[in-house]
Ligand binder design. Structure first.
Ligand code: NAD
Ligand code: TYD
Length: 339
């Protein structure tokens, strides 16, 4: 079994590769990644020399390059993590989001049609459902909730989802889609809420909370997401969407205060800043379908997951400090420049 994992040098993709290499030692994993600012080759350093792993620096929008890779590798399964993933960046500059998240998805699926695969899996997000009001804790996103996007990021992910379902219906491409809630854990790029707050706390820098910090996100430990995708690509029904989330809703401000407390830093570091434009209030996933059909349940409670995550950032200061200082680009040139 050969699996192409796109975006595998990013946060969730790299965790997924580690999970798959552990769980399926006989599989060949090919990581395709453009290494944008969010991709970090040092994350994959420990597996670079494994005989059943290959890294290829490639843009998913590069049709010729993608077709060549399919000719070389004959993948059975493609799991597409590659994306521009940060809402704030999408508000500043939407174009690259449309390019990578929509057109890149099309190129990958065209390659799948041309060369034949047993499964194309699209890693999507709960953000395609828009948001829920804070005063209706009884409401959750199900797979039937209408698409209703807020940011250029979520609009690009929703567009890709529609295209994936269209390729299934029109061409019979064997697809699945997962829509997951907010992930946290090791190798999370320090521009997102949890790693940013940990890094800033450790550097005694202000902790910028948008608006009043009352927005709610449904947090899932990244390993639980990886297990869900593993189950879906093997046992999920073709043409189906699966919501993935752990009923773990937290207000942003409570998370930031918890991080301060765990790191022994004063809450006076918290700085309320201008709210994000179009800021979604609440995300909350109903994971009944994946539980009933595939037996998936989250295994890591937030209290344990946040402990593990903070410990990882304390133990791996080099990883995120290098990113913050921008030196990881030099690392790439040194490690990969002549390959
Ligand atoms: P990330 O930003 O950490 O990583 C994205 C990776 O994709 C990087 O390695 C980057 O180099 C690569 N990439 C970007 N553009 C590319 C291109 N044109 N060609 C090839 N590679 C490219 O993102 P993440 O948080 O790991 O998210 C991965 C996927 O999961 C995304 O599709 C995202 O929409 C989805 N998702 C993320 C979350 C979350 O909480 N982070 C939740 C639900 C779904
Ligand atoms: P983020 O990690 O960007 O994920 P998403 O927007 O995809 O949910 O943000 C999580 C929440 O934290 C979101 O409500 C915005 C908020 N936030 C801040 O308050 N301050 C910050 O510096 C960042 C990056 C996010």
């Amino acid at each position: 079994m050969t699996i192409i994992v796109t975006g595998g040098a990013g946060f969730i993709g790299s965790n997924f590769i580690f999970h798959m290499l552990d769980a399926h030692t006989d599989y060949r994993i090919v990581c395709l990644d453009k290494l944008t600012y969010a991709g970090n080759l040092s994350t994959l350093a420990s597996i670079m020399d494994k005989p059943n792993f290959r890294f290829v620096k490639l843009d998913i929008c590069d049709r010729e390059g993608v077709y060549k890779l399919f000719e070389e590798e004959h993948p059975d399964i493609v799991v597409n993590f590659a994306a521009e993933s940060h809402v704030d960046r999408s508000i500043e500059n939407p174009e690259v989001f449309l390019q990578t998240n929509i057109l890149g998805t099309q190129v990958l699926m065209d390659a799948c049609r041309k060369y034949g695969i047993t499964r194309y899996h699209q890693v999507s997000t709960d953000e395609v459902y828009g948001d829920l009001p804070l005063d209706r804790p009884d409401l959750f996103f199900t797979e039937e909730t209408p698409i209703h996007t807020s940011s250029p990021y979520s609009a690009s992910k929703a567009s890709a989802d529609l295209l994936v379902l269209a390729y299934h219906r029109t061409y019979g491409l064997p697809v699945t889609i997962s829509r997951c809630s907010n992930n946290y854990g090791p190798y999370h790029f320090p521009e997102k809420l949890i790693p940013l707050m940990i890094a800033n706390c450790l550097n005694d820098k202000p902790l910028p909370v948008y608006g009043k910090g009352e927005n709610v996100r449904d947090w899932l430990y990244v390993e639980d997401h990886c297990r869900a995708i593993d189950l879906i690509i093997h046992n999920g029904r073709v043409g189906e969407v699966y919501n993935v989330g752990g009923h773990n809703e937290m207000k942003n401000i409570d998370i930031v205060k918890l991080i301060c407390q765990k790191l022994g830093k004063p809450e006076s570091l918290i700085t309320y800043v201008t709210d994000r434009k179009g800021h979604d209030m609440r995300y909350a996933i109903d994971p009944t379908k994946i539980h009933n059909e595939l037996g998936w349940l989250p295994e890591t409670k937030f209290a344990d997951g946040i402990e593990k995550t903070i410990k990882w950032y304390l133990d791996n200061r080099d990883w995120w400090e290098t990113i913050i200082s921008g030196e990881y680009r030099e690392y790439y040139e040194k490690m990969y420049g002549n390959r």
